[in-house]
Structures are given as structure tokens and as C-alpha cells.
Design a protein around this ligand. Structure first.
Ligand SMILES: Nc1nc2c(ncn2[C@@H]2O[C@H](COP(=O)(O)OP(=O)(O)OP(=O)(O)O)[C@@H](O)[C@H]2O)c(=O)[nH]1
Ligand SMILES: [Mg+2]
Length: 258
């Protein structure tokens, strides 16, 4: 009788685990609305989405929706995929399934503008460290995630930051430090928030505390990064325009000379 009971319990557990895995797989695979999609292949996308011309005809014609490329970075198991899925589909996945690389796209309203967010969820596991350079190169903004319950994941942040700065060759690249799993009990916290804040201050970047589980600060952190990327691109366009104006003014001055 005991044996029968054990077999019954095991089969219930197996069925439950299978159900959880299928559910997680379905969440990752199928899109929830027509404005969002997921792909496990990383597609190159428009690299200059806010490019604009100062000519009046270009302003009048409809501009394509800008695409802002966000890269999720951090050690294995810190919650990069959980944050991404929570942002994309308002779902929390309990199962841990290490990522190789997944990309997601969604149209969002960013203040007065409509933009596409393109999220590349990278692998935290060391096995995939060699391919990170390629992924980082395409990023326009980085969410660098550690888990408040794992000091090693906080220590690893330095290396990720160095790699990003080396690949991007730009120490002003939009970058946010994310202390995830904030929902865990205080007695499970291993990273001092004072230390995390000191690090963020020394890099002059924002620090956000988040929980993919309770959806705490998830939208906020993605939107904060989107805003930085957006403003940076707009500033670049303005600079390019004023550069053009200076060249044009110089040309007209030269014309007057002759
Ligand atoms: N309590 C709690 N658990 C979380 C949170 N975020 C993620 N987890 C859990 O942590 C585990 C790892 O989460 P993932 O999102 O798969 O981690 P990852 O950073 O994508 O890991 P890699 O793909 O290997 O790089 C899963 O079991 C999640 O359910 C959170 O905010 N709070
Ligand atoms: Mg993952």
C-alpha cells in the first residue's frame, strides 16, 4: 500500500512539473498581443531608428517607429528572463531555465512618442561568456542585473560593466544597475544596498530595486532606460542638425567672399 502511495505521489509531482514547464514554454513562445513578439534568433534591426532629415518633406512624411535596443546583462539566475517576461507579458515564471539568447519586441508609449523596445535577454551562464561581445555591440542601453540574495552576482557586475564599456567604447552609454529579487526576506539579502548605491554613484548611473516576482519597479526600470536611450538619440539628432547648419553657414559665408 505504501509503495502504491509513493508511486501515486511521484506521478502527481511529475505531472505538476510537466505542467509548469509547458506553461513556462508557452509564455516564452507565444505572443500575447499583436504589438509584442519573441524570437530565439537574434535579428539585426534598424540601427538608426531616429534618423531624420532637416528637409521639410522628410518631416511631413511618416517616420518609422523608432527602435530602442535594450540588453539584459548579469550572472546566471539573477532574474534577467523573469524581469523581461514580467515586462513583456505581465507573467512571473517560477521555473529556472538558463537562457542562451532570446529577443523580444514590443511597441510602447514613451511619454509623447511611440517606440519599439527591442530586448535581448542574454545568457548569464559562464558557458556563453565568449559570445557576449557580439550581443553587447548591438545594444543601445543596458540593464545590468544582480540578485540581492547573491553577493557573487553583485561582484560580477564590475566585469560586465568593463566588458560593455570596452565593446561600446563609450562610458556614457545608457546603463542602469538593477538589484533584483527585492521581494525576498531581509534575512536572505546578502548585498548591502549602501554598497550598491556607492557603486552606482561612482559610475554615475541609476540604481533600481526590483522584483520580477511581485512586479515591483519592473515597468519603471525599463521605461527609465528607454527614456535615456530616447533622449540620447534626440540629442544626437539635434547635434547633427546644428552641425549641418554650421557647415551651411560656412558655405554661404564663403560664397559671399567670392
Ligand atoms: N523571489 C524571486 N525570484 C526570482 C525573481 N526573479 C527571478 N526569480 C527566480 O530566479 C530564478 C532564475 O531566474 P531567471 O530569470 O531564469 O534568471 P536569468 O538571470 O535569466 O538566468 P540565465 O538565463 O541563466 O542567465 C527563477 O527560478 C526565477 O523564478 C524575483 O524577483 N524574486
Ligand atoms: Mg535567462
Amino acid at each position: 500500500m505504501d509503495n502504491l502511495r509513493k508511486i501515486y505521489d511521484q506521478s502527481v509531482e511529475t505531472t505538476r512539473s510537466l505542467y509548469e514547464r509547458c506553461r513556462a514554454f508557452a509564455i516564452r513562445t507565444f505572443t500575447k498581443d499583436e504589438n509584442s513578439m519573441k524570437s530565439s534568433t537574434v535579428h539585426p534591426v534598424n540601427t538608426n531608428p531616429l534618423s531624420s532629415s532637416s528637409s521639410p518633406t522628410a518631416v511631413q512624411t511618416q517616420q518609422p517607429t523608432p527602435v530602442h535596443k535594450v540588453i539584459m546583462v548579469g550572472s546566471g539566475g539573477v532574474g534577467k528572463s523573469a524581469l523581461t517576461l514580467q515586462f513583456m507579458y505581465d507573467e512571473f515564471v517560477e521555473d529556472y531555465e538558463p537562457t542562451k539568447a532570446d529577443s523580444y519586441r514590443k511597441k510602447v508609449q514613451l511619454d509623447d512618442d511611440e517606440v519599439h523596445i527591442d530586448i535581448l535577454d542574454t545568457a548569464g551562464q559562464e558557458d556563453y561568456a565568449a559570445i557576449r561581445d557580439n550581443y553587447f555591440r548591438s545594444g543601445e542601453g543596458f540593464l545590468c542585473v544582480f540578485s540581492v540574495s547573491e553577493i557573487e552576482s553583485f561582484d560580477a557586475i564590475h566585469e560586465f560593466r568593463e566588458q560593455i564599456l570596452r565593446v561600446k567604447n563609450d562610458d556614457k552609454v545608457p546603463f542602469i544597475l538593477v538589484a533584483n529579487k527585492f521581494d525576498l526576506d531581509q534575512n536572505q539579502h546578502r548585498v548591502s544596498m549602501n554598497k550598491a548605491q556607492e557603486l552606482a554613484n561612482s559610475w554615475n548611473v541609476p540604481l533600481y530595486q526590483t522584483s520580477a516576482k511581485t512586479n515591483f519597479n519592473v515597468k519603471e526600470v525599463f521605461f527609465a532606460l528607454l527614456r535615456e536611450i530616447h533622449q540620447r538619440k534626440l540629442a544626437g539628432i539635434e547635434m547633427a542638425k546644428s552641425g549641418n547648419n554650421i557647415v551651411q553657414e560656412e558655405r554661404s559665408t564663403c560664397c559671399l567672399c567670392f
